[in-house]
Design a protein around this ligand. Structure first.
Ligand code: ADP
Length: 629
């Protein structure tokens, strides 16, 4: 029995096109062939359970082996096998409606995955690395004959009697010259680790070198060595397939170590498990991150029925949770379609919402169950929570109960607690609550101390996300505004009716102002006289909250990239405290040089206290100070 035929697609030489097009992703041939083999072993089990197969099912097994000398890679399974007719039906008729459609579509496709999934070309991905592919198979059906199919990647194939004696299928790839990298143990191991590590059927992997000469046998024929080093390389029941009740903390931790061998233990994890309205299982871990934006994204692995698909889970996992680690397994995520399709997919949207809700609930539980432990972890989880709070409306609705504020005394508060704490002292004359914060407690220490003297609390906002967090708090909280502690002198941070009266006459104000304006030669520093508490510093340099935020936005590339904010100059206010003794002294001494020196000295001290005095100006200040003492 031998038969030749033509694979039924209408365009000649489609394989060279596929091959070339798919070249960059060619390692996925192994994923496709191994998952076909796994499917075949699962199908026979199913047939047996349905009573459609009465033979021995045996333990399912898939074997991947390679032979460097013969230049072959073989994927064998003890699955249901195929008859010659089935080969013709399933392999020869490529599962898509027509070559024309394929030709149209592949032009838009972005990667191999897209084509393979869309057109059921899984098997044909073998031609990315092989110039000849052979199938040896024996079907489970009563009286089935072994069949062999061979094809060289053109549209010509050949079917003949096969040599397989046990049920199942061997796919033998005769690796092409450009793909010899795959005839390497560590390379294949690496691909299997990536895609097959958690497949539900045991995968054996080893080198099979039966072509190494090994003397002669009794009849004088050359003997060959049969070198095998097989190992089961996968874990068929990874933890996400188990019920949470079966698992202990150690199981979650050791799985984490397995996925990310060099990471510190995670803070906690969430076991995902849904079957309606979509199917999804998985475990998401909150990693311990350093408090900067230098962490690793793309640490969540996406599986479909235990076959690894990708670690780009954008769109499926909400943006603010991209920093989580772990696995998600769902047969309901369309894995092989374009990004834009994925974004519009309703399952993907539901999955996204589900994950957000689960994470919020878990955080809420942790907070409620053990606030102290939660606070201890706040340093690490705060970043996620704040990121979610500013970027995800649904999450922020829940997070308002467990997002924490920390003050300079390292005390933590919920939003409600903080409001209650500061309301009595930090409400301004118009009934507006003013929260005061610092982004750099060392640099802004003078201001923090002054605010403290007035009984104000100062929040710590020094993480990378806090810029956004501050403006979101302002949007979300009623009648509340936030001011950085150096946005104004302490007396003016919160507008009250009890401003101290000025001791200066209008004429004196003009006079003092003139002295300072003359003494301060730095551009963009605007002098203003205020009547502050005499205990406050004589001179304070501040930057208006609004101006500073504009500048911050420009620095972060705001203004739609139009350079709109880019032109904001530094603009500082030099607040001269008219009630301070020094000002009286300046007025009393008639000597212009002394006046100027005193003004300069006071101004430099203000700059110094904020780390704004550097370089030649600092040197000049030091010299002047030495002269003065
Ligand atoms: P898909 O797997 O998406 O259907 P493939 O091109 O990978 O597309 O495979 C086509 C068909 O060939 C499969 O659906 C299956 O019926 C058959 N097949 C492929 N590999 C095997 C195998 N190892 N054992 C039995 N049947 C197989």
């Amino acid at each position: 029995m031998q038969e030749k035929g033509t694979i039924s697609i209408h365009t000649e030489n489609i394989f060279p096109i596929i091959k070339k097009f798919l070249y960059s992703d060619n390692e996925i041939f192994l994923r496709e062939l191994v998952s076909n083999a796994v499917d075949a072993t699962q199908k026979i089990k199913r047939l047996a359970s349905l009573g459609q197969y009465n033979g021995e099912v045996g333990e399912p097994l898939v074997e991947v082996s390679f032979d460097e000398t013969a230049k072959t890679i073989t994927i064998s399974d003890n699955g249901l096998g195929m008859t010659a007719d089935e080969i013709k039906k399933y392999i020869n008729q490529i599962a898509f409606s027509g070559a024309t459609e394929f030709m149209e579509k592949f032009k838009e496709a972005n990667d191999a995955n897209e084509i393979i999934g869309r057109f059921g070309l899984g098997f044909y991905s073998a031609f990315m690395v092989a110039d000849q592919v052979e199938i040896q198979t024996l079907s489970y059906q009563d009286g089935a004959e072994p069949a062999r199919w061979i094809c060289d990647g053109s549209t010509e194939f050949e079917i003949s009697e096969g040599s397989r004696t046990t049920r199942g299928t061997d796919i033998i790839l005769h690796v092409n010259a450009e793909s010899e990298e795959f005839l390497d143990k560590s390379r294949l191991q690496q691909i299997l680790d990536k895609y097959a590590k958690f497949l539900p059927v045991p995968i054996k992997f080893g080198e099979r070198t039966d072509s190494v000469p090994d003397g002669e046998d009794e009849e004088g024929k050359p003997k060959y060595m049969d070198v095998q080093s097989d190992n089961i390389i996968n874990e068929t029941n990874p933890i996400w397939t188990k019920a949470p009740s079966e698992l202990k903390d150690e199981d979650y931790l050791s799985f984490y170590k397995e996925l990310y061998p060099f990471s510190e233990d995670p803070l906690f994890w969430i076991h995902l498990n849904v079957d309606y309205p979509f199917n999804l299982t998985g475990v998401l871990y909150f990693p311990k991150v350093k408090n900067d934006f230098d962490f690793q994204r793309n640490k969540i692995k996406l599986f479909s029925r235990q076959v690894f698909i990708t670690d780009e889970v954008k769109d499926i996992v909400p943006e603010f949770l991209m920093l989580l680690h772990g696995v998600i397994d769902s047969p309901d995520i369309p894995l092989n379609v374009s990004r834009s399709f994925l974004q519009a997919d309703s399952n993907v949207k539901k999955i996204n919402t589900y994950i957000t809700r689960k994470v919020a609930d878990k955080l809420n539980d942790l907070f409620k169950a053990d606030r102290k432990a939660y606070e201890e972890k706040w340093n690490d989880i705060g970043l996620f929570v704040k990121y979610g709070y500013v970027s995800d409306e649904k999450f922020s609705e829940k997070a308002k109960d467990f997002v924490l504020l920390t003050n300079t005394a390292k005390e933590t508060f919920t939003l409600n607690e903080y409001k209650e704490k500061v309301e009595p002292v930090q409400t301004d004359k118009d009934g507006q609550l003013v929260y005061i914060y610092t982004n750099d407690p060392d640099k802004q220490d003078t201001f923090i101390q002054s605010a403290g003297k007035k009984g104000y609390d100062v929040l710590l906002m020094n993480s990378p996300i806090d810029n956004h967090f501050v403006s979101h708090l302002e949007q979300k909280l009623e009648k509340t505004s936030l001011k950085r502690v150096d946005a104004d002198v302490a007396d003016k941070l919160i507008k009250k009716d009890d401003a101290p009266a000025t001791v200066l006459t209008d004429e004196q104000v003009t006079q003092v102002k003139a002295v300072f304006e003359k003494a301060i030669t730095k551009p963009n520093y605007k002098v203003e006289l205020e009547s502050l508490n005499p205990e406050e510093l004589p001179v304070t340099v501040t930057m208006d909250e609004f101006m500073r935020r504009m500048k911050d936005m420009a620095a972060m590339g705001g203004g739609g990239g139009m350079g709109f904010y880019g032109n904001f100059p530094d603009s500082y206010k030099v607040v001269v405290n008219g009630n301070h003794k020094l000002i009286t002294r300046i007025l009393e001494t008639g000597d212009e040089a002394t006046q100027s020196q005193l003004a300069k000295q006071a101004f430099d001290l203000a700059l110094l206290s904020q780390g704004l005095l550097t370089g030649a100006e600092l040197t000049e200040f030091v010299n002047r100070s030495v002269n003065l003492i």
